[in-house]
Design a protein around this ligand. Structure first.
Ligand code: NAI
Length: 332
């Protein structure tokens, strides 16, 4: 069977890591017809829009997309394409498995946790305004509907993947209403899954515990902003942003992208590690029931990383993006 999948190369290191991953998927033998689409600043140059309607339609039609990172200007300029896409397609769950890859040196070994981040609201609602000069207001939106469905997602994921515990992360001691509602929904949903343990941590304490005892965590359930921050922290536990994949999931659509951004500091140098996007692509293959190819890619990746001869610079090696991708393809 040939799968038609939307491909968003993105910008910065995006085109380099996506073409590396596309070449590895080709070597794995999975039949994919890619539908490439621009987004962000590149799309503006060509279409006048950062998130062209044709791109959104392509994903709605194909139900699956592989996405490179897209730059968002800081403090001014257009709003985030990434946030816009998640909202447009109601990709309410951001799933980020964090675990030690074989052969990758990291501050910790034995980390195996999953971040489940609410993806559509919180301070990422983008509702900001100037009240009077010198005073701005940013609205944190938390709804019962979104909090309940992300909690169900976390517990269903725990059940399906035989995970033992869901930990809700919050700051409800200060934000009693907003984080309070998130927590109340998590508690209510937890009662429906008696086979999965449930506990809670205040976000600051959770960060401290994550960098001391990461092996104690299993599934983390977080509102959008904490989820974004804690994801990068967790990536740092297992070797950095180059080695953590992710998925944005809605009711019937999946957009698979790495946790990292467009890395302007190394863009255009053929130096980025494509492993993070490759891990996202492996999640994508499992999502479309191509488990055999997913297993073979993981084996090939583990083989290359363990042999250690071909490593990208973020992992202490000297290999380029393409050399690394070629090594994984050859191992396949
Ligand atoms: P970043 O994740 O792009 O980079 C942070 C650091 O990690 C940099 O030193 C970079 O070189 C390194 N890094 C990231 N990915 C790497 C890889 N695959 N291999 C080796 N090293 C890697 O974060 P930053 O610099 O804060 O953001 C840059 C831009 O990306 C911003 O415009 C941001 O808004 C955007 N962004 C986009 C995301 C997306 O499209 N989903 C997610 C996160 C950020």
């Amino acid at each position: 069977m040939t799968h038609t999948i939307t491909l968003i190369p993105g910008d910065g290191i995006g085109p380099e890591v996506t073409s590396a991953v596309v070449s590895i998927l080709k070597a794995s033998g999975v039949a994919i017809d890619w539908e490439p689409h621009d987004a962000g600043v590149i799309a503006v140059e060509r279409t006048g829009q950062t998130l062209p309607a044709t791109l959104v339609e392509s994903i709605r039609r194909n139900k699956v997309a592989l996405k490179g990172p897209v730059t968002t200007p800081i403090a001014a300029g257009f709003t985030s394409v990434n946030v816009g896409l998640r909202k447009a397609l109601d990709l309410y769950a951001n799933l980020r498995p964090v675990w030690n890859l074989p052969g990758v040196d990291a501050r910790f070994q034995g980390v195996d946790l999953v971040i489940v981040r609410e993806n559509t609201e919180d301070l990422y609602a983008g509702l900001e305004h100037e009240v009077v000069p010198g005073v701005v207001e940013s609205l944190k939106i938390i709804t019962e509907r979104a909090s309940t469905r992300i909690a169900h997602f976390a517990f269903r994921h725990a059940e399906r993947h035989r995970r033992k515990r869901v930990t809700a992360i919050h700051k409800a001691n200060i934000m009693k209403l907003s984080d309070g509602l998130f927590l109340e929904c998590a508690r209510r949903v937890a009662r429906e899954y008696p086979g999965v343990a449930y506990d809670e941590r205040i976000v600051d304490a959770a960060c401290m515990q994550l960098v001391m005892f990461p092996e104690r965590f299993d599934v983390l359930l977080l509102p959008n902003l904490y989820g974004d921050i804690v994801s990068d922290l967790c990536a740092g536990l297992v070797g950095g942003l180059g080695v953590v994949g992710a998925a944005n999931l809605g009711a019937d659509i999946g957009v698979f992208e790495a946790v990292h951004g467009s890395a302007p500091d190394i863009a255009g140098k053929n130096a980025a590690n494509p492993t993070a996007l490759l891990l996202s692509a492996v999640l994508m293959l499992r999502h479309i029931d191509e488990n055999d190819a997913a297993d073979r890619i993981m084996k090939a990746l583990a083989g290359v990383l363990t042999a250690g001869r071909v490593r990208t610079r973020d992992l202490g090696g000297a290999a380029s993006t393409t050399e690394f991708a070629d090594a994984v393809s050859a191992a396949l």
